[in-house]
Design a protein around this ligand. Structure first.
Ligand SMILES: NC(=O)c1ccc[n+]([C@@H]2O[C@H](COP(=O)([O-])OP(=O)(O)OC[C@H]3O[C@@H](n4cnc5c(N)ncnc54)[C@H](OP(=O)(O)O)[C@@H]3O)[C@@H](O)[C@H]2O)c1
Length: 363
């Protein structure tokens, strides 16, 4: 199959490219900077992919028509599936910055899929399935067009606000066009179950780092709070299967491991693998959020207020995910083992010499 992939140089995108190309699929990859193509191929090969199946296409989500040349428009028109993963994924984005890529850019990719009549697989985020949270932040799920998005962005920050808005804007457009699409909503992604591979800057990597450096002094929330996780290999397998499954039209599927422990137990497990003492007291999320408004505190504790929303008490209806897991014979890898590999990968690969003292207690 031929595919068009956005976000191929990101954490999930690299693994998706490795997974697709290892199975012989050809991928056109949208890249802001084509001079990074060789390095992308090297990374995909190191993750088990076939770099010979990868072809770069210059473009940018924030540019009209994605900035594709005529030749590249013809190239990507041969794709059977468009996998849309690209996003501005960082804390502290303004509403304008986040919207330009995550909402308007996502809509541009959806429009391309409709014009080309290509199947469209979009990657969202699991918070869209937390109805309590959506109501709390002011999203009217029955009439999303009535939502005051300015207020939502102010409450949850640029990244999450734009991912939520993109969901409603893009799915409404796709529904109006009777398009052939499916959406995968990942929980927070952690490492590969075999190699532990994860990229620097990913939320799970930052959590591991914060624990190792002693910056995480207390657990946000209480004993009911959790940070649902999904391994990157389970996630990309689900994305690929759903992308190619013509029966999965208009499905929205959560990629989330229900066996993720409470945040306290997760933190204990990571600390144990790091050989550091785990924080064992709680701090109410509201109090922590207030504390982090004090200038300099977010930096000092390497924690963004925006990240706190993802730590929550909601449990999710996993029936649709279970249906597709059975259909594709897909299983979550063992969580403890994968977490241990992820911690080892961060410790051995991503930490530079100036940070090694944080890891000196490691067994
Ligand atoms: N990782 C998680 O825990 C998690 C959880 C839930 C949902 N998600 C969603 O999963 C998707 C993939 O996440 P990720 O962790 O792989 O993200 P990531 O590592 O931050 O990668 C983001 C990708 O988007 C590309 N990109 C950013 N702005 C662009 C633009 N203007 N035009 C074209 N490409 C652009 C980046 O390309 P460059 O190389 O040019 O920067 C990069 O390839 C995102 O939609 C994210 O919202 C992730």
């Amino acid at each position: 199959m031929e595919c068009f992939v956005t976000g191929g140089s990101g954490f999930v995108g690299l693994h998706l490219l490795a997974y697709l190309t290892a199975r012989g699929h050809k991928a056109w990859v949208l890249m802001r900077n084509l001079s990074n193509l060789e390095s992308l191929k090297v990374q995909v090969s190191s993750l088990g992919g076939n770099s010979g199946c990868i072809h770069g296409v210059k473009g940018d989500l924030s540019t009209p028509g994605l900035g594709l040349s005529d030749a590249d428009q013809r190239n990507v028109s041969s794709a059977h599936v468009i996998f849309h993963l690209a996003a501005q994924f960082s804390w502290g984005l303004t509403m304008e910055e986040a919207r330009a890529v995550n909402v308007e850019g996502a809509l541009r990719v959806a429009k391309l899929a409709v014009v080309q009549q290509t199947r469209f697989l979009m990657v969202g985020g699991y918070m869209i399935k937390n109805d309590t949270h959506l109501a709390k932040v002011g999203i009217d799920t029955q009439h999303p067009e009535k939502t005051d998005w300015f207020k939502v962005y102010k409450r949850v920050g640029g990244y999450e606000g734009s991912k939520l808005e993109a969901h409603f804007v893009v799915t409404r457009y796709l529904e109006e066009q009777s398009a052939d699409y499916a959406v995968v909503h990942p929980a927070t992604v952690y490492g590969h179950s075999e190699s532990g591979h994860i990229l620097k800057g990913q939320p799970t990597e930052q959590l591991i780092r914060n624990l190792s450096s002693g910056k995480l002094k207390a657990i946000p929330g209480n004993s009911e709070h959790w940070l649902p996780l999904v391994s990157v290999d389970y996630l990309v397998a689900l994305i690929m299967y759903l992308g190619f499954d013509s029966s999965a039209v208009r499905q929205q599927v959560l990629a989330l491991n229900e066996a993720t422990p409470s945040l306290l137990n997760l933190v204990k497990q990571i600390s144990n693998y790091l050989g550091v003492r785990a924080p064992n007291r709680y701090i109410p999320k509201g109090l922590l959020r207030f504390f982090l408004t004090i200038p300099g505190m977010e930096n000092r504790f390497a924690t963004s207020r925006e990240s706190l929303n993802f730590i929550q008490i909601e449990r999710f209806d996993m029936s649709i995910s279970k249906y597709f897991e059975t259909r594709y014979e897909l299983h979550h890898p063992d969580l403890r083992r994968t977490l241990e590999k992820t911690v080892k990968y961060v410790k051995n690969t991503l930490v530079d010499s100036s940070e090694h003292h944080f890891f000196s207690k490691t067994p």
